[in-house]
Design a protein around this ligand. Structure first.
Ligand SMILES: Cc1cc2nc3c(=O)[nH]c(=O)nc-3n(C[C@H](O)[C@H](O)[C@H](O)COP(=O)(O)O)c2cc1C
Length: 326
């Protein structure tokens, strides 16, 4: 059987398959199942700064005490949320032998640093920073948003002594430049791409409604091209693929494009943690079938600079391919 172990952000993983951040990965029993099925690592559900503020705001709103009590409520809820998150990380570390990657999503400078430090002291092996807030202003320029993001990552990397990855959106005009900047400030991996909550519209009730939180099996192509381009242009950063990876075949495609690891989420809700076993055995048999001894030999084998016609990744318009389609 071919070796499917990988080094991701300097961590030794037995498999490139990671159980991605979601409610399943905060659950000790589920994480044990993931480990038994051969997961390389897990990313714990994110600690969301926004959620802490809204919870504190809700409690403070119900309080009829003096206004100063709102500050205390905020402080208490915030500390309590960080403490329970760190306790969860400790429990997961005690329950499993695979790397446990903490995850944060914040939007205030100082908060990121505090959360990151506490999660690192709780024993997380690495930290995934989920860094996106929807710009809803005519005054915020894209270059400024990117600058702020880079500054935050730089500060977090300086503050903790565990590897830091950055889970990003696909909404970038010049993605290779941004990821190169992430690498230059010390990020060890880029997780491409987060799939956000998507609002939809109910046209009869005239209301905003949530669309499905789960991806479909064809969505994996969304990151495939970008992974192929970034993995060939940017040095010193690993890539972890996420979104739409429902089959072992799509996992192999992401690896051929240049991903070191592959994160699963929707498929774990649909088929259970046991599906990780199928991914591992397919990847191993794939390597055997094609005469490769290790995953390293196929990682990025079909990336932008490794193929004879790189313009296949540059082409974005349908003109040539479907120009004559009837
Ligand atoms: C129910 C649910 C909860 C999620 N929670 C988080 C989270 O806390 N933090 C995060 O970074 N991503 C979260 N995600 C996003 C997933 O980690 C993943 O990036 C995304 O679902 C795309 O992968 P998939 O196509 O395999 O589902 C969540 C996704 C789902 C469906």
């Amino acid at each position: 059987m071919a070796d499917i172990s990988v080094k991701y952000m300097g961590l030794d993983l037995k498999s490139p398959i990671i159980a991605g951040s979601c409610s399943l990965t905060s659950d000790v029993a589920k994480v044990r199942e993931a480990e038994a099925a051969g997961a390389g690592a897990i990313v714990v559900k994110s600690l969301f700064e926004e959620q802490i503020h809204s919870e504190a705001g809700h409690i403070a709103g119900q309080s009829h005490d003096y206004a100063e009590s709102a500050d205390y409520i905020h402080y208490f809820v915030r500390q309590n949320s960080i403490d329970s998150y760190c306790e969860n990380v400790r429990q997961l570390k005690n329950a499993t032998g695979i790397p446990v990657i903490g995850s944060i999503n914040c939007y205030t400078d100082g908060e990121w640093i505090k959360f990151a430090k506490e999660i690192a002291s709780a024993g997380a092996d690495a930290l995934e920073v989920n860094i996106y807030s929807m710009p809803v202003s005519l005054k915020r320029k894209s270059a400024d948003v990117e600058k702020e993001d880079i500054a935050i990552i730089k500060d977090i990397v300086k503050a903790v002594d565990i590897p830091v990855s950055v889970k990003i959106s696909s909404y970038f005009t010049a993605l290779p430049y941004f990821i190169d900047k992430l690498a230059s400030v010390g990020a060890k991996a880029a997780v491409m791409f987060n799939r956000f909550y998507m609002p939809d519209i109910d046209i009869d009730r005239m209301e905003i409604v949530p669309s499905s939180p789960f991806s479909s099996k064809d969505e994996y192509v969304k990151e495939l091209r970008s992974i192929a381009i970034v993995s060939s242009l940017v040095r010193n950063i690993d890539i972890s693929a996420t979104t739409g990876i429902h089959s072992p075949e799509s996992a192999v495609k992401e690896i051929l494009a240049g991903a070191t690891t592959v994160q699963l989420c929707s498929v774990l809700f649909k088929s259970g943690m046991g599906v990780i076993r199928d991914f591992n055995s397919f990847i191993s048999s794939y390597l055997d079938k094609h005469g490769f001894g290790s995953l390293r030999e196929i990682t990025g084998r079909l990336n932008y600079s490794s193929i004879s016609e790189p313009d296949k990744f540059e082409r974005t318009q349908f003109a040539k391919i479907f120009g004559t389609a009837k």
